[in-house]
Design a protein around this ligand. Structure first.
Ligand code: GLA
Ligand code: ZN
Length: 680
């Protein structure tokens, strides 16, 4: 049991940067007063404090941090203490230029920004090890210390000589011989055979970008190297504080709110104790409905929870607007409570903010924060935060509970990289992550819990596994799917599946025999359409639009569920279903729209009893999400619309937020959220 497991409250608070305010003792004192008023209990400290902690090489100043840690503890709060490697002091860049990154065009960066450091640099690693050790020695036993926040939003890559050397060594370990490497990279293509390990260079706009095996390995290397750096950072931390969990804050690819693209978080998650992430949706934007956006936020939360299949943390979010969106709109009344509760509903044990207090200078001075420049609690945003703090106290019994799901969607980073890189199909319409989110949407609309898993996760506990667009599909995964279906699982696959293996080499003899057997079809062609082109599929006596991709196949054993409406493949199979052993394998050959997916999944859900029976009559804009303990479930009922909505549920409940009983007919005001506990 760690201190975090024993913590009986949801974490509420966020990034606190007192190092920016050391010349203003009255501000620091005010912070302590305001924390109580905001019902904030947890602060992430020191994330960008290196230049304050070590203003000169080897000269350390901890007294300010001692005081803040003590003060927070005395006020009943927790600290998530950061290692400061996300940005380093300028003296270090000046004295040891090797710590700076070299970009893909082989240009050496100069000091500036953050995350501008080489993960391989021996000097950088040494400096990080020194400061991290000092922190763990000094604060490892501090009673306020709840968790370690390792660095900040790891990202990016470096192409310096050290990194090239590490990349080559990584490749040597993977391939052993150049023969094997050349085979995987399809060496003779454009005369690219490598004859000496020293010839290998990371992908660069000045050189190589067309060798797909190289690109894929580089992406994998960057993840492994980032993890290696993370492991380096936590060496002493693990040894000296084995009971304090470590995390590092993950991201999403923002604006679009799809999973983060450049690191394989599924792999990274195995190295952290608790997954945490920073979520910044553009609420009230002018290109999608609130429900559209809410379903994407839900998807990523489900994904990041599913990595470790246990509660995660929201490490950063904003109480109001941001500073880096194109338009930084304020949250409308009600949205802060709703969006905060949505995190909890999907399994977060926190709602933490960036940041506690708006800074006075530099680029984040207008980023939403709990404490505004008015330095006062009597404003709308602060009051919204305080209300969330109060709500989290009222529902604290839910902390630590899990979410059960019988439906899983597979998101695979390797596949995403390989597919993005593939030249063919249509660059603009591939949209792998977005496609997964579209499939997810049916389940979100119908309040059916989903896990978003990697291809490594065990499939046995799911009744339905959805794996769209698995362009890159290792044989091992095909075998796993085969076994899953034979044992009674239901699997859905789609167009652009099973083209290449784990090295991005196409399968010899076309569509793999295992897939032919599993789906009872043989895919022979994939037609890519222009954006203005359209086909249709006829399914259950209705016609649905098909766009972008239509795969053609020979039908072997499978039952044909839908056929194409036009073009040279008119009347040929478009969607199939195949019985294998005790299970079923479905194949959707065309990219359809939400209307088709609704009908298609409705059938599967009915047939296999996957419906959420607690919701008698739902509404697509009202999301119902449960969190469960063994003998108790809690229901979050959230209205993601600007109108009043009504749903009907199976039993009477008590709303933990108001302590009032709630009948089975529930009506919700715009943006209203209820947290319901069935009456015992
Ligand atoms: C990221 C960073 C924070 C801050 C916020 C602003 O999530 O981790 O330090 O810059 O963005 O949204
Ligand atoms: Zn480097």
């Amino acid at each position: 049991m760690t201190r975090f497991d024993l913590e009986k409250r949801f974490l509420h608070g966020g990034d606190y940067n007192p190092d920016q305010w050391l010349d203003y003792p009255e501000i620091l004192e005010k912070d302590l007063l305001l924390m109580e008023k905001a019902k904030a209990n947890t602060f992430s400290l020191g994330i960008f404090a290196w230049s304050t902690l070590e203003p000169e090489e080897g000269v350390f100043h901890f007294e300010w941090l001692d005081k803040i840690m003590d003060d927070i503890y005395a006020a009943g709060g927790n600290v998530i203490l950061a290692t400061p490697s996300g940005a380093r002091p300028s003296w270090m860049s000046k004295k040891y230029p090797e710590v700076l990154r070299t970009n893909a065009s082989r240009e050496k960066m100069i000091h500036g920004g953050r995350h501008n450091h080489c993960f391989s640099s021996p000097v950088y690693r040494e400096k990080v090890a020194i400061i991290n050790k000092k922190l763990v020695e000094r604060y490892g036993q501090h009673p306020a210390l709840l968790m370690w926040h390792i660095s900040n939003e790891y990202s990016g890559h470096c192409h310096c000589d050290y990194c090239q050397e590490n990349f080559r060594n990584w490749l040597k370990e993977k391939y052993q011989t150049l023969g094997q490497l050349n085979h995987a990279w399809w060496g003779p293509f454009w005369s690219h055979t490598i004859t000496d390990w020293a010839e290998i260079e990371s992908p660069s706009p000045l050189g190589e970008t067309m060798v797909h095996g190289l690109n894929l390995d580089w992406n994998r290397f960057v993840t492994d190297q980032t993890i290696d750096f993370f492991e380096h950072e936590i060496k002493d931390i693990r040894q000296l504080t084995p009971d304090i969990p470590v995390t590092t804050n993950f991201m999403a690819d923002t604006y679009d709110l799809i999973p983060f693209q450049s690191l394989d978080y599924g792999k990274f998650a195995k190295h952290v104790d608790v997954v945490s992430w920073d979520c910044y949706p553009a609420w009230h934007n002018d290109w999608e409905t609130t429900a559209d956006l809410a379903s994407k936020v839900a998807f990523i939360n489900d994904q990041y929870r599913s990595f470790k299949q246990k509660p995660f943390l929201i490490m950063e979010s904003t109480p109001s607007g941001l500073n880096w969106h194109d338009v930084n709109k304020a949250k409308r009344p009600g949205m802060h409570m709703l969006s905060s509760m949505q995190f909890i509903a999907h399994g977060s044990d926190s709602n933490l903010y960036f940041q506690w207090r708006k800074s006075r200078g530099s680029s984040e001075k207008f980023h939403g924060a709990v404490v505004d420049h008015d330095n006062d609690e009597n404003n709308r945003v602060f009051q919204d935060v305080a209300q969330v703090g109060e709500a989290l106290e009222k529902i604290k019994e839910i902390k630590g509970s899990y979410k059960q799901a019988k439906v899983a969607i597979i998101y695979d980073s390797d596949n995403n990289w390989a597919l993005e890189d593939a030249q063919g199909f249509s660059q603009a319409s591939k949209q792998y992550p977005q496609t997964l989110q579209k499939h997810y949407r049916y389940f979100w609309d119908h309040d059916i819990a989903v896990e978003v898993i990697t291809k490594e996760h065990d499939l046995a506990k799911y009744d339905l596994v959805i794996a769209p667009m698995m362009y890159s599909l290792p044989e091992e995964t095909m075998n796993k799917w085969q076994e899953y279906v034979a044992n009674g699982g239901h699997l859905v696959s789609t167009y652009i599946t099973g083209y290449v293996n784990e090295n991005d080499l196409t399968y010899i003899n076309g569509w793999p025999a295992q897939l032919q057997e599993l789906f009872g079809i043989k895919v022979t062609e994939t037609d890519t359409l222009y954006p203005s082109d359209e086909n249709s599929v006829a399914y259950m006596e209705q016609k649905f639009i098909a766009k972008d991709y239509c795969s053609l196949f020979e039908v072997k054993e499978a039952e044909v569920l839908a056929t194409y409406g036009s073009d040279f493949y008119k009347d040929q199979a478009a969607v199939t279903k195949n019985q294998v052993g005790k299970g079923t394998a479905y194949f959707i050959g065309a990219r359809t729209q939400a209307d088709f997916l609704d009908h298609f999944y409705e059938e599967i859900v009915q047939e296999n009893n996957l419906k959420n029976n607690w919701v008698v009559q739902g509404n697509p804009a009202v999301s119902v999400q449960a969190r469960d303990f063994e003998n108790q479930s809690y229901y979050f009922v959230m209205n993601f619309s600007e109108e009043e909505k009504t749903i009907e549920v199976a039993e009477e409940t008590v709303d933990l937020l108001t302590n009032q009983s709630v009948a089975t007919n529930i009506s919700l005001k715009p943006y209203e959220v209820k947290v319901l506990s069935p009456q015992k």
